[in-house]
Design a protein around this ligand. Sequence first.
Ligand SMILES: Nc1ncnc2c1ncn2[C@@H]1O[C@H](COP(=O)(O)OP(=O)(O)OP(=O)(O)O)[C@@H](O)[C@H]1O
Ligand SMILES: [Mg+2]
Length: 373
Amino acid sequence: MADITVRAVRKSYGKTATLHGIDLAFASGEFVVILGPSGCGKSTLLRMIAGLEDITGGEIEINGRVVNKLEPRERGCAMVFQNYALYPHMTVADNIGYALKVAGVPKAERRARIAETAKIVGLGDYLQRKPAALSGGQRQRVAMARAIIREPGVFLFDEPLSNLDATLRVTMRAEIRKLHQRLSATSVFVTHDQVEAMTLADKLVVMNKGQVEQVGQPLDIYHRPASTFVAAFIGAPPMNLMDARIDASATVARHEHLAIPISSAMAAALAGRDVTLGIRPEECRVLPAGEGLPARVDFVEELGSGRIVHAAFGSRIFAAAIPLDIRVASGDLIGLALPPAQLHVFDRETGRRLDVTHSMGRHEPVRQAAEAV
Ligand SMILES: Nc1ncnc2c1ncn2[C@@H]1O[C@H](COP(=O)(O)OP(=O)(O)OP(=O)(O)O)[C@@H](O)[C@H]1O
Ligand SMILES: [Mg+2]
């Protein structure tokens, strides 16, 4: 087990800056997921922790020791990649035990540790097979066994499941989580799949364009996204966002010709401001035409367990999750209710979350809230 501190870490390739100063702290035994769109710098950060990439600026500390200048093998990290790159001519046993062989571990000990590790990942009966005779999930487990056998303080995973089909991904996700409970090594798991991130993480780090957007527990991030980027990136379908102006004289926000009721606290705190309002599809309510705010059904997505209505609302399409007992069809006029307590509000310019609580006065709160995020 090991804790990891990343301090003001920057990375440039030539003149191009890829990471712009990353500060993160991972506790020993924590399962951390780094989530962000393609190209935001996730792999670069992970590879810098592993020692596979030079650090342009800042410091990385593992277990209280600055590792900037240490070789990968001196850092106590084991990495599992998307392309698990097994040796095709070697058996599962030899693949798993390769690092021990290189390290000169005696044969009898090696054999015992291979057997034990294979059992952990459920490959006990496959030791004599070659990788070509394994399924994708089994190969992925060989790659994990190869990392586990080194008994690392830190596991680094770079999209290890993205080559697997959807069903296998769900199974392997559960296996990785179980494995973590059993070994409790600090784990840093990179993905651009938000479901994977939400289900695996103790701590979730959302990255965007070489910067950290938000760090927190998955549900906290879901319920209190720090920016419009995070709001739109997490959740499927994503949060509905719309530009609006908080009315100075009524408790509504004006979006195009629509007047959206808001809480009196929001009205007081943000009167006259241009904001971005957000609401999750599952918080929108669909009402009969004539009630709520007018919208017209564009199409309906059937999920089996429920359905998502996509409806034209002003000039945009809004998603609303509805129970199976409400029947609507394309072209129907409906009403939308957006409960004021469920509205998220963001600064229009910066995209940062603005927090409005009932105890806030009229002028102070906005600045405080902007600083707090
Ligand atoms: N060796 C390199 N030389 C120059 N630029 C690089 C190099 N490696 C990565 N980059 C650039 O750095 C940025 C971050 O890349 P990185 O691989 O960390 O992204 P990522 O978040 O892992 O994306 P993905 O989800 O697609 O794997 C990208 O714009 C990429 O093009
Ligand atoms: Mg990557």
